[in-house]
Design a protein around this ligand. Structure first.
Ligand code: NAD
Length: 454
């Protein structure tokens, strides 16, 4: 599960060879540790004329302890160029394609001024909320800039576009939670994403280092891999974790639960009585479940012509149908309260498709459908529904892939490396925070801006 090449290029001999041969150069990514500052350096905030977000963003950044740089300080006359932890640009004032020039004017002089593992964040208005077709076109254009910066800046820098609704409710709290996630090392392996912050109830935590304090969180498939990392990250952030896995994984599951002071539930999600048994457990033990993370998943790979019906059925059942059945029962019994969260794990295979994975890709595209249909349906109940779509993550699952395919999977992304289970866990954590209630209906790829399905 270790990326030996990435370790090698960090050594002196490795650095020399990479330079001489022009080999891929995976940077060491900045990851989150509680108590870390959000950024490795000051932030530079720019805005298009008439932007509506520069002021709230500047407040959010200042409250978060981020130093705001003076834009005038980086001119040629100022001597040593300033280096930034992040460049943020409020593009909400852009109402016509000719206004796009303001993006060039802001980013061009700063293209080399971002620190390693720095952040680029552009904020816009959702095109469907724009007052005119011209404004909608210009706002849509922002995607191209952001995705290209993600590919150009290098050294672990990530770039995202955040569309922020004009509606008032919940927006500023969820904008803050989103910026805190994106600026921090929590988002190390998330790049080239378009994130929508809409209207919805959201409440800020007393302590942003414990954003899930007091929340009851169910994690399925928690015995190992991404699920085990999830249990750890969510518990670190203050959650009471209910860790679920199949009885055969009981020992590993108990170890995970003990490690974090959580509880373990041994249950096969595909058993006919699984939804009621789970609902009974949650009702009896906690009286509710604030966050449901559908992480359990399996692969049974074969090309379609060689695939027996069992492989098809098992994958659809574990990865998709069981999620639907569990949601139905938990919602029907009102165990997910107002302010609740449902977060599902999809995959980039569900976006791009994958040879040998028709069953898996179908199930994972279905998970995206689940987000599309449930998010608006549950908006009125104050429950958000989102998914993450991991790319190549270093787990036992990907360790089994043949070397050449594995190396391709690892390197074919803007960060030239695979992600870690913790990267998926941190992203799910952010979607689960009470402060992120206005982030719903999103599918966030945790793929280092993979070329697949881009
Ligand atoms: P993993 O195989 O290491 O862990 C999956 C866990 O789910 C296991 O502990 C397993 O016992 C459990 N599980 C399987 N069937 C179950 C059932 N019927 N009832 C209860 N638990 C069950 O896999 P992982 O790599 O940690 O993947 C976690 C999720 O992330 C999956 O949904 C997977 O499809 C998705 N994903 C992983 C990657 C990757 O690169 N590893 C990429 C994209 C998506």
């Amino acid at each position: 599960m270790t990326d030996r090449y990435a370790s090698f290029v960090q050594s002196a001999a490795g650095r020399a060879l990479v330079k001489r041969l022009g080999l891929p150069d995976p940077p060491r990514l900045r990851r989150h540790h509680p108590g870390d500052p959000l950024l490795p350096g000051p932030a530079l905030l720019g805005a298009a004329t008439g932007g509506r977000l520069a002021e709230p963003i500047s407040k959010i950044l200042t409250n978060a302890g981020i130093e705001l740089a003076d834009p005038a300080a980086n001119t040629a006359a100022a001597g040593t160029p300033q280096r930034y932890g992040a460049l943020l640009f409020d593009a909400t004032g852009i109402s016509d394609s000719t206004d796009l020039r303001q993006l060039y004017d802001f980013f061009h002089p700063q293209a080399r001024s971002v620190l390693p593992s720095g952040r680029v964040i552009v904020l816009g208005t959702p095109p469907q909320e724009c007052a005119s077709p011209r404004e909608a076109i210009a706002q849509r254009a922002l995607e191209g800039l952001v995705r290209s910066i993600g590919k150009e800046f290098g050294r672990g820098t990530t770039a995202q576009l955040v569309y922020v609704t004009r509606a008032e409710s919940g927006v500023l709290t969820s904008l803050e939670s989103t910026l805190r996630f994106l600026l921090s090392g929590r988002s190390a392996y998330v790049s080239g994403q378009v994130i929508r912050v809409g209207a919805g109830a959201a409440s800020a935590p007393a302590d942003w280092d414990r954003p899930l304090e007091g929340q009851v969180v169910l994690v399925t498939g928690a015995a190992r891999g991404i699920g085990a990392a999830l249990a750890k990250v969510l518990a670190r952030d203050g959650a009471q974790v209910v860790a679920l896995d199949i009885p055969a994984a009981g020992d590993a599951l108990a170890a995970v639960a003990n490690d974090i002071g959580g509880t373990a539930v041994q249950l096969d999600l595909t058993a006919p009585d699984a939804p009621t048994r789970l609902a009974d457990h949650l009702a009896g033990r906690h009286g509710r479940v604030d966050v449901v993370v559908h992480n359990a998943g399996i692969t049974r790979d074969k090309t379609l012509g060689r695939m027996d019906a069992d492989r098809w059925d098992q994958v659809i059942d574990v990865n998709l149908s069981s999620q639907e059945r569990i949601n139905d029962v938990l919602l029907e019994r009102e165990l997910i309260p107002t302010g609740g969260r449902i977060v599902s794990v999809s995959s980039i295979a569900g976006i791009a498709g994958n040879r040998g994975q028709t069953n898996y890709a179908t199930s994972k595209a279905g998970v995206i459908g689940l987000v599309d249909s449930l998010a608006p349906a549950l908006h009125g109940r104050g429950i958000s529904v989102n998914a993450v779509a991991p790319g190549f993550i270093e787990t036992r699952l990907t360790a089994r892939i043949p070397l050449v395919v594995r190396e391709a999977g690892r390197r074919m992304n803007s960060l030239a490396q695979g992600g870690l289970p913790v990267d998926v866990a941190e992203t799910i954590g952010w979607l689960a925070w009470p402060a992120s209630g206005a982030v719903s209906g999103n599918v966030i790829r945790v793929c280092g801006q993979s070329l697949l399905g881009a």
